[in-house]
Design a binder for this molecule. Structure first.
Ligand SMILES: *[C@@H]1O[C@H](CO)[C@@H](O)[C@H](O)[C@H]1NC(C)=O
Ligand SMILES: *[C@@H]1O[C@H](CO)[C@@H](O)[C@H](O)[C@H]1NC(C)=O
Ligand SMILES: *[C@@H]1O[C@H](CO)[C@@H](O)[C@H](O)[C@H]1NC(C)=O
Ligand SMILES: *[C@@H]1O[C@H](CO)[C@@H](O)[C@H](O)[C@H]1NC(C)=O
Length: 441
């Protein structure tokens, strides 16, 4: 469309000119203009994957850019916030609207609302990359895009037991039409979005999570922590007399030293909570002690020993130096304190600390977690999504450095259960509440 308009314009100004030279010149100018118009489009297509984002690509049909959804501040733990954010995105998508960039919460308070420390989405995640990666699926908008010519339409969400998934869906369908649909902004009010009913399949959540890239300053911290872990692995190999570059050819770069990440849930409040849970559900596959976890992790044979084991643990456990002791020969355990990276974490509020640990686990060569933890479940979801993206969905991550295990479930070979997310699940329920029905699909 743009190109045609530009050419018409050229023809028009050339009308008074007679000579043939002018016609030739005209063609040359037209070609230059055409090139100038077309080139940026080509450039955008090839660099889109790198997170380069140009609003011209939004000319493709997709979510409306002039209709918005506004949601209340998103609260609770990192993974609850991610799920709530995804739900807000999917609700906006359902109504074919852009989601106004929501506020997350930097600190972990449940009741004291004044202590929640709102933090805008783009302080934690990369706004531009998000829209580039999720283009055509969901769209985030800035408040400056709103014209404010009309008052927002307020949509009161129900809560409590009587507010069912069906009622919620009826309500959403109703607001796809009529007065609500005409208004520029639909402001959702009511309890925070994590409690909103879940209408969407796991693969839609996975698609949104896949668009979340950390803000560059936080990404830099993740890279620092991971390189510390790999350095520790290299040191352990040297001490064991294994030369890392024995087989490396002249001039080739050594592959990074692999590591195992273990999401260790053994802090006191979790143990009390999970014991009760086991009693209620008549199961013995929810809690694991430190010794059980060490035993399970030592049965994993994916990686050559000695190997570094990074322990993602609650801060309260850092007081207890014994969590890095008792590991089997060839498994060198570190948490952030022993690794010497506490200063990186201590500079950050709760939410960012968690986000760094999440990435360290998601990028590990082997991940071991608890299938009743939302954190572990979302780590495995992210790893499974990467296997799908690599076309390796049937490999369980073996040989590509992305295998995952659950230490709380006994696998077929007596070791920890191999674990991939069931991407065909029609709801997020099992992931957010936990299940021991896990396998490697
Ligand atoms: C959403 O809005 C876009 C832009 O107006 C439009 O092209 C598309 O058909 C709409 N989709 C739905 C499902 O309404
Ligand atoms: C509309 O209001 C929001 C704040 O409520 C503001 O950030 C935005 O700039 C306003 N838009 C315009 C066009 O004035
Ligand atoms: C376990 O998960 C599979 C799919 O992953 C499902 O088909 C099966 O019904 C589940 N079993 C139970 C008891 O929920
Ligand atoms: C997830 O939960 C549903 C019930 O909500 C069940 O039917 C399904 O089989 C479960 N999937 C897995 C993998 O356990």
């Amino acid at each position: 469309m743009n190109i045609l308009l530009e050419l018409k314009h050229l023809k028009h100004i050339s009308l008074p000119a007679r000579p043939v030279i002018c016609k030739g010149l005209l063609i040359v100018i037209a070609l230059i203009v055409l090139r100038a118009i077309v080139t940026p489009f080509l450039a955008v297509n090839s660099s889109e994957k790198e997170g380069f984002y140009d609003s011209t690509t939004d000319l493709l049909p997709g979510i409306r850019r002039d209709k918005f959804i506004e949601v209340p501040q998103i609260i609770w733990g990192l993974n609850n916030q991610k799920i709530a954010f995804a739900r807000a995105c999917l609700t906006a998508r359902f109504l074919n609207r852009s989601l106004l960039m929501p506020s997350l919460s930097a600190s972990l308070f449940y009741k004291e609302v004044d202590l929640l420390r709102p933090i805008t989405f783009d302080k934690v995640f990369d706004f531009t990359k998000f829209n580039a990666r999720c283009q055509g699926f969901v769209r985030l908008a800035r408040y400056s895009e709103v014209s404010n010519q009309t008052k927002p339409f307020k949509l009161q969400k129900g809560s409590g037991r009587r507010w069912t998934v069906e009622k919620d869906l009826d309500q959403l369908l109703q607001y796809r039409r009529g007065e609500a649909d005409d208004s520029e902004v639909i402001e959702i009010i009511g309890k925070h979005p994590f409690l909103w009913p879940d209408h969407w399949p796991v693969k839609d959540y996975a698609r949104i999570f896949d668009c979340l890239a950390l803000a560059p300053e936080i990404e830099a911290e993740v890279v620092k922590v991971i390189s510390k872990i790999r350095e520790a692995g290299l040191k352990a190999r040297h001490e064991a007399g294994i030369s890392h570059n024995k087989h490396a050819k002249e001039g080739t770069v050594n592959p990074p030293v692999p590591y195992i990440a273990v999401h260790m849930r053994i802090e006191k409040d979790w143990m009390i909570h999970c014991k009760k849970w086991e009693q209620r559900s008549n199961s013995n596959e929810i809690c694991s002690s430190k010794e059980e976890i060490i035993h399970k992790v030592s049965q994993i044979t994916d990686l050559r020993r000695p190997v570094v084991v990074y322990l993602a643990v609650a801060d309260s456990l850092l007081e207890d130096d014994s969590i890095t002791s008792g590991w089997r020969v060839g498994m060198v355990a570190f948490e952030k304190k022993r690794l010497g990276v506490t200063d990186i974490y201590n500079r950050q509020p709760y939410l960012i600390k968690s986000a760094i640990d999440f990435e360290v686990c998601a990028r590990a060569d082997v991940f071991v977690g608890n299938s009743f933890s939302t954190f572990s479940n979302l780590v495995v979801l992210s790893r499974t999504q990467r296997l799908y993206d690599m076309g390796k969905a049937s490999s369980c991550g073996e040989n590509v450095g992305l295998s995952s295990y659950a230490y709380n479930v006994i696998g077929d070979d007596g070791g920890p259960q191999r674990w991939m997310t069931d991407m065909s699940d029609t709801s997020l329920q099992n992931l957010s509440y936990g299940t021991n029905n896990i396998s490697c699909h």
